[in-house]
Design a protein around this ligand. Structure first.
Ligand code: HEM
Length: 149
């Protein structure tokens, strides 16, 4: 189980960079086109890949949360330790909120296919989602025991 835990943890940690790059590219592309008179396509590839990347993180995160991670606990005292509190409550709530924002933005924009509006919808929802995700990442300087990769 130890190897499965380490593999899932490193995949989850490394995939953060794929998520961040895809979200930034989607936002820059979408906001750049919002006034350009281009119609939003039924399937915007970048927005779709960004959506898939956060959903893969959600699945890996759920496996870590409920099955593998020793840093998640439902015992008494979890709130008085900043590391277990972060992973049990703050990381989960922040990330789920960020993923919901991105999912809602993608589906709302899909319904605006054929008109210019979808770019702005994707740009704004993905941007707010990105900010929430950035704030919920256990960056090494936050002293939560996590690394850069
Ligand atoms: C876009 C979404 C997400 C990103 C970018 C992200 C990123 C990260 C990062 C960078 C770590 C630190 C890994 C390390 O130790 O180096 C981590 C740990 C963790 N994440 Fe996420 N996460 C996301 C979503 C989620 C979700 C939705 C859940 C729960 C359902 C979750 C559960 C966990 C848990 C339990 C750990 C602790 C693993 C351990 O060290 O034992 N994550 N996450």
């Amino acid at each position: 189980m130890e190897y499965v835990y380490l593999a899932a943890k490193h995949a989850h940690s490394g995939l953060r960079w794929v998520v961040l790059v895809l979200l930034i590219l989607t936002i820059v592309n979408a906001l750049g086109k919002r006034n350009g008179g281009t119609v939003y396509p039924a399937k915007n590839k970048l927005a779709l890949f960004g959506l898939i990347s956060v959903h893969v993180q959600l699945l890996l995160g759920l496996a870590l949360y409920f099955l593998l991670s020793p840093l998640v606990s439902f015992e008494e005292g979890v709130m008085s330790n900043s590391v277990t509190r972060f992973y049990t409550v703050e990381h989960l709530v922040g990330m789920v909120l960020g993923i919901i924002l991105i999912t809602v933005g993608y589906s709302k924009a899909k319904r605006q296919a054929g008109i210019n509006k979808g770019w702005k919808t994707v740009g704004i929802f993905y941007l707010i989602g990105l900010v929430v995700i950035l704030a919920s990442i256990p960056w090494p300087f936050r002293d939560l025991g996590a690394g850069w990769f």
